[in-house]
Design a binder for this molecule. Sequence first.
Ligand code: SF4
Ligand code: SF4
Length: 86
Amino acid sequence: MAYTIAQPCVGVKDTACVEVCPVECIHPTKNEGTFASAEQLYIDPNTCIDCGACQAVCPVTAIYPNEQVPDQWKNFIDINANYFKK
Ligand code: SF4
Ligand code: SF4
């Protein structure tokens, strides 16, 4: 399993989630060159330990455990995973 960041993060990117993730699997961070051009942030499903800390702090309710991602945003599960295959 893993958590996924969905549509509500687009254009927000406040990085509250990055600051609380214990395994640093949310990218890009503000220190990465791709941060400015990124539409949203993404969770690396292979590193995420399902702690839920990010979900609790997201101001726009963009983060869900994969099995609870709302139907209209299910495609974001692949969008998050694919970001880390580049
Ligand atoms: S659930 Fe935990 S480990 Fe996974 S991205 Fe969120 S804060 Fe990081
Ligand atoms: S806390 Fe929510 S809105 Fe902020 S960067 Fe993370 S997913 Fe995006």
